[in-house]
Design a protein around this ligand. Sequence first.
Ligand SMILES: Cc1ncc(Cn2nnc(CCOP(=O)(O)OP(=O)(O)O)c2C)c(N)n1
Length: 563
Amino acid sequence: MTYTVGHYLSERLSQIGLKHHFAVAGDYNLVLLDQMIEQGGTKQIYDCNELNCSFAAEGYARANGAAAAIITFSVGAISAMNGLGGAYAENLPILVISGAPNTNDHGSGHVLHHTIGTTEYSYQMEMAKHVTCAAESITSAETAPAKIDHVIRTMLREKKPAYLEIACNISAAPCVRPGPVSSLHAHPRPDEASLKAALDESLSFLDKATKVAILVGTKLRASEALKETVELADKLGCPVTVMAAAKSYFPETHPGFRGVYWGDVSSPGAQEIIEGADAVISLAPVWNDYSSEGWTSVIKGEKVLEVDPDRVTVNGKTFDGFRLKEFVKALTEKAPKKSAALTGEYKPVILPKADPAKPLTNDEMTRQINDLIDGNTTLFAETGDSWFNAMRMHLPEGAKVETEMQWGHIGWSVPSMFGNATGSPERKHVLMVGDGSFQLTAQEVAQMVRYELPVIIFLVNNHGYVIEIAIHDGPYNYIQNWDYAALMQCFNQGVPGKESGKYGLGLHATTGEELAEAIAQAKKNTRGPTLIECKLDRADCTKTLVQWGKAVAAANSRKPQNT
Ligand SMILES: Cc1ncc(Cn2nnc(CCOP(=O)(O)OP(=O)(O)O)c2C)c(N)n1
């Protein structure tokens, strides 16, 4: 068998640890898809559309560290741009690979199908450059290895997405074979002088402090320092809170854990700890209008030692030339005990068991979902009141929570969980998603039926965009109601000639008792997804969403300056 450009790409992807890649067929990428199948290093998984394909890759990267999605030129790639933007915002290394026009068409004056009808085809590359850390166009086999290695090496180092387009007549062109994968993982050595200076300044900052606390931030997982943070917390003996988007990045069973810090909508006691500290070690935070509750709660300034992925700022000085992980390890070695602020114990929100015969409430639904979560569960929480329900859950050791609080594309969670479950089949997957979000990407549940993924979907049917209503109400927040549970019958049509692809289960829950029964059935459904449609009253949402919505609305309605 001739070794080709497509084989090189496929081998590199399997060398970095991928066992699957996601794809939607299109005539610009069919030969490339053949090469991927022929080389066989990763299994080809199909999605209903390219938006879902890019989000499935993003979800896979959350489980596996990286991912790849193959789509067709222009009509496919421009949909996938949304997944690239999301991966950029969420610091996830996914590689989106687009089939591309035949090399003979460049400069020919030909108008090609699927394009915008011009004779220039570079617009897609120009778009991709804005939402990736590396982007290359492959139009010859000779230059393919260097370009493929460049985009993979860069995305792994930067924890950002990358983009490749491969001309459709080059995918099967003969190509040299790759060397060891170690060259793709190389990181620059830290600048020792700068690291020492940062450490000395930080120790001086901590020496003067009495009430020290750690705030775990959004980019800590991408900085690959979760374990190192636990070691720092053990050494300091101080309280630890997490930002909402970092929920589950620090073990909630740790004696120092004190909940989610989110301004006025923090876990009970967390706001006092962070805002009352005289030294906050802030690890990889992202302060945006949502995470700061409409700019009302940003933790910065002279009380803060801010440790970003590649920079430390403390005592009015800033240091770079090393990675967060290297700094945290060095700080742990020298850090003093600072346990004065660790008082009392963490009291998670305990939701009372409701009368099972009464209409289902948001609290009862959240309570039963929390009971379902164990140390092997990955909980996806979609944009909406699901965020706030996830924040008030207490997690056992090993449980993970996935959110998309920077990009916030509603519907993201359905394909992302599909990708995550594909990449971590050994874990249980649970999704909380509102009816509004679900309507954007619902068809990807059909792929969960096709690939027989035993995930559990809690479809929160509160008849509209409740998070938007909390921010600013209007007729645009009310949507057509669906029979969401009935979708499973539609998706259960099976794979022709095969026994598979017909085990989706759709259930309705209008009371606590019905929900408990549905969960019991879901646990037994091991050959497909179970969607439980939870009917809630529209006004029945978390108090924290209502409070947060007011703060965000105030931020959105700030008058223009100098008018
Ligand atoms: C692609 C995209 N389009 C529009 C929006 C704005 N948006 N954010 N949240 C929503 C409504 C979410 O409603 P649901 O999923 O029903 O969630 P709930 O808050 O639980 O009702 C919208 C329409 C968005 N975040 N993403």
